[in-house]
Design a protein around this ligand. Structure first.
Ligand code: FES
Ligand SMILES: [Fe+2]
Length: 485
C-alpha cells in the first residue's frame, strides 16, 4: 500500500471509529477502550505524516469522539469528522485532496514556490543535482592539464584534461580536509594537481599520487583516496557534468534538434567573450518565466522585434522549447539592428535556410542555447537562494572568421545585450509582483504555453509544487515524498 492510500485509509478508519455506534451490528461493536486505542493509533500515524510535534494525541482523540456530544442520537457526519481532521492535519489532508482530485497540475505554480527555502532545496536536490549542468566549452581545455571549474549549489567541480587527452570531472574537494584544489576559475596544471593546503598530490586522472609525510597517517590506502568523480558528457563541444541521476544524456535530450544544431559547428567554436557570471536578485524561475515565451517580444524587445518582424515564433519540438527568428530585410531604425541586417554576410558552412536564422533551444531546467549564423551563445541559471540567482552566459564564434562575420558577431552581441537589459527589467518586475496579494496566477495565452510547460515539468518532478499554498514549515520533504510514492 502506498503511503498516500495508507493515509487515506487511516482517515476513513477514523471516520468509522468516530461515528456513533448505536446503529452498528453487534459483531462490529468495539469496547470503548478498544475504540479509543484504535483512534489513538490512527492519529499517531497521521501525526507522523504531518510532522506535527505540537499535536497532543489524547486531546485530539477526545475531540474526535466527542463530535457527536449534545444529542446522543445524532451521528457526526463524515464531513464533520473530515473537517475536524483537516484542521488538525492540514498538510496530510491536502495531499489526500490532491490525490483525490487526480493530482491536479497547476498551469503555473503558485507564488509561494518562488520564496520558500524548503521548496528551493527540493528544486536543488531534484532538478539541479540530478540533471546535466554546463561547465564550459572544450576550447578552454586544449592542452593536457588544462582545467575549468564550476562553483554553485554548495558544490565545487573541476573538469580537467588528463595526460592521456581524456577530459574528466571531479569534485574540486581535496580528500584530505576538503580544501579546493584549483585556486582559479580556469587554468592549467603542470603534470599533477597539488592541493594548496598541505600538498596532497593527485594525478590528472584523479588518482592520489603522493601524501606529504605519509608515515604520519595511520595505514592510509592511497587507492581509496582518489578524487571523487562526477558523470561527464561532451555535447557538440560543450562540457556537461552531473552529480547524480540516471536520466537521458544531453545528446538524447537534444536529439530532436540535432539537425538544427549540427550545421553551426559548436564544437569548433572559440569564446568571443569571457564567461560572464553575475548574481541577480531574483528567483531562478522568473528568468525562465520570461524566456519561455515570445509573446513579450513585439512590445518588450522593440529592437529584436525589428530584427525579425513577424518572422519570429516559438515551437515545441518533441518536448523541447525552441524559438525561430528570421532576420528580415526591411531595415530597422535601431542602429545595431539595421547594421546587422545590412551586413550579415553569406556563411559557407550553413545551408540556405540558416543564413538569416536565429535559433534558440532550452534544456530543462536551466539552460538556453542560441545559434546565429555568426556565432552562438548560452546562458544558464543556478539558484543561490530563493531570491538570488547566479546567471552565467558566454558568446562563441567560429575561428578564422572574416571581418564581415566578426562585425556581424559584434552586432548580434550588442543586440543581445540590449535584449538582456530589457529582460532584466521584466524579470525584476515579475519578481516584485510575486509578493503582491493580487499576483495573477495563470492568465496565459496560447503563445505563452512554454511557461506552463516549464511549470508542469517542475511539478512532475516536485509534485508538492502543485499546492495552492505552502505546506507547513518542516513538512515539505516528507509531503513531496508521499506524493511521489
Ligand atoms: S586539504 Fe588538501 S592536502 Fe590537506
Ligand atoms: Fe525577453
Amino acid at each position: 500500500m502506498s503511503n498516500t492510500s495508507l493515509v487515506s485509509s487511516i482517515v476513513n478508519h477514523l471516520c468509522q471509529l468516530s461515528l456513533h455506534q448505536n446503529d452498528l451490528p453487534a459483531s462490529q461493536l468495539l469496547s470503548e477502550e478498544k475504540r479509543l486505542s484504535r483512534i489513538h493509533e490512527a492519529l499517531e500515524q497521521l501525526k507522523y505524516f504531518e510532522n506535527a510535534e505540537h499535536i497532543d494525541i489524547t486531546i485530539a482523540a477526545h475531540g474526535l469522539i466527542s463530535l457527536h456530544t449534545g444529542d446522543i442520537n445524532q451521528q457526526p457526519s463524515p464531513t464533520t469528522v473530515a473537517t475536524y481532521l483537516r484542521n488538525l492535519f492540514p498538510n496530510t489532508l491536502q495531499i489526500m485532496d490532491k490525490k483525490n482530485a487526480d493530482q491536479k497540475v497547476r498551469t503555473m505554480m503558485a507564488p509561494w514556490t518562488y520564496g520558500n527555502a524548503e521548496f528551493l532545496q527540493l528544486e536543488i536536490d531534484t532538478l539541479f543535482k540530478q540533471e546535466w549542468l554546463l561547465a564550459g566549452h572544450i576550447s578552454s581545455l586544449k592542452e593536457n592539464g588544462s582545467f575549468i571549474t564550476f562553483h554553485a549549489l554548495g558544490e565545487r567541480v573541476i573538469i580537467v584534461k588528463g595526460n592521456d587527452g581524456v577530459i574528466r570531472g571531479f569534485h574540486n574537494v581535496c580528500r584530505h580536509r576538503g580544501s579546493r584544489l584549483a585556486r582559479t576559475e580556469q587554468g592549467t596544471f603542470r603534470k599533477s594537481i597539488v592541493c594548496p593546503f598541505h600538498g596532497w598530490t593527485y594525478n590528472l586522472d584523479g588518482s592520489l599520487k603522493n601524501i606529504p609525510a605519509e608515515d604520519s597517517f595511520k595505514k592510509i590506502n592511497k587507492q581509496q583516496y582518489g578524487l571523487v568523480s562526477v558523470d561527464m558528457e561532451i555535447w557538440h563541444g560543450f562540457v556537461f557534468f552531473r552529480f547524480s541521476g540516471d536520466g537521458p544524456t544531453v545528446a538524447q535530450q537534444l536529439a530532436p534538434v540535432e539537425a538544427h544544431i549540427a550545421p553551426y559547428r559548436f564544437e569548433e567554436m572559440i569564446p568571443a567573450t569571457k564567461m560572464n557570471r553575475e548574481t541577480v536578485p531574483v528567483n531562478w524561475k522568473t528568468i525562465h518565466d520570461i524566456d519561455n515565451e515570445g509573446y513579450h517580444v513585439p512590445i518588450g524587445h522593440p529592437g529584436l522585434h525589428d530584427l525579425f518582424g513577424r518572422e519570429y515564433y516559438d515551437e515545441k519540438i518533441k518536448g523541447l522549447s525552441c524559438s525561430f527568428g528570421h532576420v528580415q530585410e526591411k531595415l530597422s531604425r535601431n542602429w545595431s539592428v539595421a547594421r546587422y541586417q545590412n551586413l550579415l554576410p553569406h556563411f559557407d558552412h550553413l545551408p540556405d535556410n540558416k543564413q538569416r536564422l536565429w535559433f534558440y533551444v532550452g534544456l530543462f531546467p536551466n539552460l538556453v542555447f542560441e545559434a546565429h549564423p555568426d556565432g552562438a551563445e548560452f546562458y544558464m541559471t543556478l539558484p543561490v537562494s530563493t531570491d538570488r540567482t547566479l546567471y552565467i552566459s558566454q558568446s562563441f564564434t567560429l575561428p578564422k572568421s572574416n571581418r564581415q562575420s566578426k562585425a556581424a558577431a559584434y552586432l548580434s552581441r550588442r543586440i543581445n545585450r540590449q535584449v538582456g537589459f530589457e529582460d532584466a527589467s521584466y524579470v525584476g518586475w515579475i519578481q516584485e509582483g510575486l509578493t503582491s496579494s493580487v499576483f495573477p496566477e495563470s492568465t496565459l495565452s496560447s503563445i505563452e504555453s512554454g511557461v506552463s510547460d516549464f511549470h508542469q515539468q517542475i511539478q512532475k518532478r516536485i509534485p508538492v509544487g502543485s499546492f495552492d499554498t505552502s505546506p507547513s514549515k518542516g513538512s515539505m520533504q516528507a509531503i513531496n515524498k508521499i506524493l511521489l510514492s
